[in-house]
Design a protein around this ligand. Structure first.
Ligand SMILES: [Zn+2]
Length: 384
């Protein structure tokens, strides 16, 4: 079921956590004798969503950056809370695009914390299914705190990438904003070497991109996806569409910052200057998504919870932001489901298919005409 309009009068049989069949209710075959019938009248069956930009170990909120320095044991607790929030919001898959380095008590080595979360959740069917990028790889002088890997030239960048893959990262996350926003932190050749290394080991490369200079380098170097893409132009999106580079939108960040103007006393959000800056960046980011959408770029989407200020149960907010940017509700929902699955290389993620996992949830209302229905979660099939 992946069409643009709602199918009414549908029944679904689930056996052993898999979808046995999807049929018109008027045409149900004989039901097994011990079947438990759930009357979902008036609700819509939605595929479990894919939060394609998340930070499992971080809580978000208006002090989201400070929270990254909290003790690792606390951040692991945060991840458990986030796991609950994700599930209850209908999010089945979380793509973790960066977690702090912390000493792993099992062997005393420093590695990305989300790798431990992935291991904890692997055998627990109620937990989100996850793919993990390891830690951020950034130029020095960009992100404070020392919780990530810094690399200032090509060889250091390649070594950092190799370390992350050896630690068990499913893919790599490069931070393509440099110390100066007009300059990318590395050359196209340096980034291409990382892409070749990762692809040679069956892994993908994604890149944080807040500014155009970094976006250009990432696209030219052949990264598989750009995160945020807050500053794209028509050349950039044309090349992304040609190459099949994904954009992972995170527009709700600006909605969240706008609420902080009301709910916090932080000058960054409360001051007139801060509000203007947020509004300006939001406008540019929306324009970038519109350009990408018109050019035919595949758009997956995420909250940036934890690494940004959203919380783990806010993916509906991002779907609403995409609709506001001009995507049809069905396209925006596809970004939060099917496209996310394509980005992960998981053919069944974000889909409801006979024989596939029973990864769906029920909401009150029709998200194909009204994205806000995604907030009204009634039941989640994979949770007790
Ligand atoms: Zn992020």
């Amino acid at each position: 079921m992946a069409g643009p309009s709602l199918r009414k009068g549908v029944s679904v049989l689930v056996t052993d956590r898999r979808i046995a069949w999807v049929r018109p209710t008027s045409d149900e075959p004989a039901l097994p004798p011990d079947v438990r019938i759930i009357d979902a009248g008036g609700s819509t069956i939605v595929p479990g969503m894919v939060d394609a930009h998340s930070h499992l170990t971080l809580p978000g909120g208006s002090h989201w950056i400070d929270r990254g320095a909290d003790p690792p044991e606390e951040l692991l607790e945060v991840a458990e809370h986030n796991g609950d929030l994700l599930g209850r919001a209908g999010v089945r898959w979380a793509r973790d695009v960066g977690s702090p380095l912390a000493v792993d008590p099992r062997d005393g080595r420093r590695r990305a914390l989300a790798l431990r979360v992935r291991e904890r959740w692997r055998l627990d069917s109620a937990r989100p299914r996850v793919r993990v990028a390891g830690t951020w790889i950034s130029h020095s002088g960009v992100i404070p705190g020392g919780l990530l890997i810094e690399a200032d030239d090509g060889p250091a960048l390649l070594k950092a990438a190799s370390t992350q893959l050896e630690d068990g990262a499913d893919f790599l996350k490069l931070y393509l904003d440099g110390p100066k926003k007009e300059e990318a932190p590395w050359s196209t050749e340096d980034v291409r070497a990382v892409v070749d290394l990762a692809h040679g080991r069956g892994a993908k490369v994604t890149a944080h991109s807040g500014f155009l200079a970094g976006a250009r380098v990432g696209i030219d170097a052949g990264v598989d996806s750009l995160e945020h893409g807050f500053e794209l132009d028509s050349d950039a999106v044309a090349k992304m569409a040609r190459q099949g580079t994904f954009l992972v939108s995170t527009l709700a960040i600006f909605r969240s910052w706008a609420t902080f103007a009301q709910t916090t006393t932080l000058p960054r959000f409360v001051s007139d200057e801060g509000k203007e800056r947020t509004a300006r960046r939001r406008e540019r980011a929306v324009e970038s998504v519109q350009l990408a959408h018109r050019a035919g770029v595949r758009i997956a989407t995420g909250t940036d919870f934890g690494g940004g200020s959203l919380r783990a149960n806010h993916l509906a907010w991002e779907v609403e932001a995409l609709v506001e940017a001009g995507l049809k509700p069905a396209e925006a929902l596809a970004s939060a489901t099917i496209r996310g699955g394509e980005l992960l290389g998981e053919a069944q993620a974000g889909r409801i298919i006979e024989g596939g996992p029973a990864d769906f949830f029920l909401v009150h209302g029709d998200p194909l005409s009204d994205a806000s229905a995604l907030w009204r979660v009634w039941k989640v099939a994979w949770l007790p």
